[in-house]
Design a protein around this ligand. Sequence first.
Ligand SMILES: [Zn+2]
Length: 103
Amino acid sequence: MPERDLEEEHFAKLDREKLAKLKAKQDAEAHQQAAADRKALHFHKCGKCGDDMDTKPFRGVEIEICRACGAVLLDPGELETLAGEDQGGVLKGLFSMFKGEPV
Ligand SMILES: [Zn+2]
């Protein structure tokens, strides 16, 4: 293969690699922006009715309660905290159900 063709092939390969990196960076930025947009749209909104949720302390954890329908949202670990205070009780059973364990 002539040297000029090898050179063109080399630069074409570099261009393809740069384009692939640029596309990956743009995809990652678009994914982050979409996640930020979703959070801004749904933060502290009820998953059942869409109304605002209030944060209230309950037995050492901060739980979110919907102003309109009363649905309750727990952050990761909060159910475990509440279940820990209720050994063998209703919350312990709920926690097991959420984990897919036999109730
Ligand atoms: Zn609601």
